[in-house]
Design a protein around this ligand. Sequence first.
Ligand code: HEM
Length: 157
Amino acid sequence: MHSVVLYTVLNLFEGICVQRIACELKMAKLYTFEEVSKHRSIKDCWLVIEGKVYDVSPFMDDHPGGDEVLLSSSGKDATADFEDIGHSDSAKEMMDKYLIGTVDMLTVPKKRAFVPPQEVVSKANKGPDFTIRILQFFVPLLILGLTFVVRSYTKEK
Ligand code: HEM
């Protein structure tokens, strides 16, 4: 019974607590997300992948995907970016070389679904529809006007 309770509690706090305990035992340095985000340049670039912090500064020039992708993955949780590429096992093994610690997951901003700015949405909806409506209204008027002008001109003659 006790072990079931202990197992449940451990599962509940898995990740955050295990990470904190490891850091308390000086097994890994614990960084806040704010600290990690200070390192966002070509010469000094840190990444957060699966709760771990990597200083990839020495790897910038040699990264097969280029330095710009690494830089654009800094300052956020880069786990999805890293996984979406489908990095090989040898790439994953290589990561240990750049591991400098873990990030306090409580300080990492939650992921938000992309919501396009309201302005863009309303512009997109208005764009072509609006122009077509204007044309539908004015073109018949224009034709009618032209007909009258031509008629009155030919009558006078
Ligand atoms: C410590 C972190 C990283 C390491 C050690 C690493 C390593 C590598 C390696 C060895 C490759 C060659 C292909 C392979 O073996 O899979 C590669 C390719 C690539 N990586 Fe990374 N990478 C890291 C992080 C990232 C991140 C965060 C991104 C962001 C999107 C990224 C994007 C790419 C891209 C676009 C390629 C080229 C894929 C291709 O052309 O097929 N990498 N990386």
